[in-house]
Ligand binder design. Sequence first.
Ligand code: HEM
Ligand code: HEM
Length: 201
Amino acid sequence: MAHSSDTDVAVYTPAARRYHWWVAALVFIQVPIGLYMVYRGKEMVGVNDLGEPVKGVWDGLTNTLYSSHKTLGLIILFLVILRLAYRLTQGAPRSDPSVPPALTGIGHLVHWLLYLLLIAVPIGGYVASSFGNYLDVFGVRLPTVTLENKEMSEQVYELHELGAKILIVLVLLHIGGALYHKLIRKDRVVERMLPKKNPVA
Ligand code: HEM
Ligand code: HEM
């Protein structure tokens, strides 16, 4: 039984909370890296050897950002798989009974969609990179999982981008939900996931 003595709110286990905040922190870093590296490599105006303006700057920093994005994306995938396995075997604390069932239902739907995208988006990024033969990460060649096909690569990158954008919208909804619980309903749902609170086992 994981619930605290003073407030009678069922909280997530320390392990579940650790997974949650590691994944959240890494996603907060991963998305801006992805957006900025694509801007830098494809949109930002630089100059070529002749001093003429060109779109896209492919220098050491752009390369490092791409390598970092791929590495961090794989770390996120790995953590989410562990977290999902933990979630499916250990379950979650019972829902706050003061919250109307419809709201709890929407919350759960958003959580499962988050899991779905946290798995599908990095796999999509990897598969697209495999099709494009772009799996050099900091000079290390990661294994390809497909034949080379640049057209497929472009298409799967489109899906990766779309998935990432849906993920961003879900994260905003999720954070909006947390704020709604904390500031408007003034219930204890956010406390369930805060890092500090120790459950009384
Ligand atoms: C949860 C994990 C991930 C998230 C949230 C994420 C998010 C993003 C975002 C927001 C972009 C920018 C999209 C755009 O503006 O076009 C992007 C692009 C990209 N991502 Fe990821 N990504 C993840 C994992 C991965 C992984 C694992 C790989 C490869 C191993 C990868 C490879 C790429 C590449 C190569 C691009 C650039 C595509 C292009 O040049 O159009 N991503 N990603
Ligand atoms: C400021 C940022 C965030 C806050 C305040 C927050 C807060 C919370 C809270 C309070 C819960 C438990 C809800 C409940 O008990 O019903 C939760 C669950 C969850 N959060 Fe977050 N979260 C944040 C960011 C994120 C991010 C960035 C992700 C992933 C991209 C994420 C993914 C999840 C998932 C998948 C669950 C479901 C946990 C489970 O039952 O397995 N969260 N979050």
